[in-house]
Unconditional design. Structure first.
Length: 396
């Protein structure tokens, strides 16, 4: 039985690099960039007014000096200064004409004039060059890297790609995934279970992790503990990039998955890890297919998906791993056995932010994970955790 760190290393060493595909911008949200994105021009592409007000030149400015003006410049238009033109009225977003380098907001202006002539003066004691002006290229320069490959496209990235005119976006092609849940005791969620049966939640847990990376499983199948049916479905699933099973990997007489995988030529990389929950996890490969055999209890699947499956997907996509944090624990927890333990916690803030354990009755508890913010890690070398001890935290 190997440690959690050893198991994760072995899983990450089997990462596959998936192909690249071009998708429309509207289809790119949530996908992972497969190539660097650079700016097609300076941003802003011109000296842009940041205020509604008046554009003037900073040289020779004096408080309450009278400036004649006769033109207004809205956003979306441009103009060149006329000879001896010292001020224009300007709107937010408009390009500041060459020869002017200050925008004074309308609140600091006093309008005057008579006989059709317009005049303005300003209450500010002094002004500075480029005041209230976003200078050309101050955000991004042409050809500058703005989005590195491996980044997941969220709302901000989506908006930026639109600003850059990227109607086609290079992304990592989603892997083909098959999910198989096993067990005579498991029934589909639309079926009324008998007293000794449970509904299938594991395939939904796994699918939810996949959906974070815009992966739609090719198939989701439930198979009873029958060798012939399991063999048939596993054989089909081995055509995928990733095959994920839940249940049937422990030590019971009906835990048939490991022996079937072996008969079908799947190379065992490890079986069992010194963690709780999730100890019986099975991992292997056949040709270009990797196989996760997860335990059957719901919270074991949730935990293994977070600590093993998700890191595998992120590395396959060229992404950085999700960060872990060190935060103080709020109470006392005693060691129960010699395994590295993962348990649900939530944030609790008093004088500082602590990790507080949530209700948890073991890996079969259907409520496990509810109202939690992530997993705390109880290292195998510790016998207890005391209030204030700094412990590792893995956010969901």
């Amino acid at each position: 039985m190997i440690s959690y760190a050893e198991a994760l290393d072995k899983i990450l060493s089997e990462v596959r690099i998936y192909p690249i595909e071009l998708v429309s911008l509207n289809q790119s949200l949530g996908r992972v960039l497969s190539a660097d994105v650079t700016a097609d021009r300076d941003y802003p592409p011109f000296h842009r007014s940041a205020m509604d007000g008046f554009a003037i030149h900073s040289h020779g400015y004096a408080q309450n000096q009278i400036y004649p003006y006769h033109r207004e410049l809205p956003a979306g238009m441009s103009m060149d200064l006329e000879p001896n033109e010292l001020a224009i009225r300007i709107m937010t977003g408009a390009p500041v004409p060459d020869g002017l380098d200050v925008v004074i907001k309308i609140e600091d202006a006093t309008l005057s004039g008579s006989n059709g002539e317009k005049q303005v003066s300003f209450s500010l004691k002094e002004v500075k060059p480029w005041q209230n002006i976003a200078k050309q290229g101050e955000d991004v320069r042409k050809n500058q890297l703005v989005l590195p490959k491996g980044i997941q496209i969220g709302t901000s990235e989506f908006s930026l790609l639109a600003s850059l005119g990227k109607d086609k976006v290079p992304v990592v092609k989603a892997p083909e995934v098959h999910i198989i849940s096993t067990g005579n005791e498991v029934v589909p969620i639309h079926q009324s279970p008998l007293t000794y049966q449970i509904r299938d939640s594991n395939s939904y847990t796994i699918s939810s992790i996949l959906s974070k990376y815009k992966i739609q499983p090719e198939s989701v199948t439930h198979v009873p503990d029958l060798e012939s049916e399991l063999t048939e479905q596993i054989q089909k699933g081995l055509d995928a990039d990733i095959l994920i099973l839940s249940g049937g990997v422990s030590m019971g007489s009906m835990d048939l998955v490991p022996s079937i995988l072996q008969k079908l030529g799947v190379e065992l990389i490890f079986h069992k890890t010194a963690i709780k929950p999730g100890k019986p996890i099975w991992f292997g490969k056949r040709k270009n297919t990797v196989v996760f055999g997860m335990p059957g209890n719901p919270f074991s699947v949730q935990t293994c998906s977070r600590i093993f499956l998700e890191p595998f997907l992120r590395k396959s996509y060229g992404q950085n791993q999700l960060p872990s944090y060190k935060l103080p624990f709020s109470s006392t927890k005693q060691r129960k056995g010699g395994l590295t333990e993962f348990f649900p916690v939530r944030f609790e803030t008093t004088d500082k932010t602590y990790l507080s354990p949530t209700a948890f009755n073991g890996s079969g508890d259907v409520r496990a994970g509810i109202f939690s913010d992530g997993l705390a890690v109880f290292p195998s070398e510790l016998s207890q955790i005391q209030p204030g001890d700094m412990i590792e935290f893995l956010p969901w």
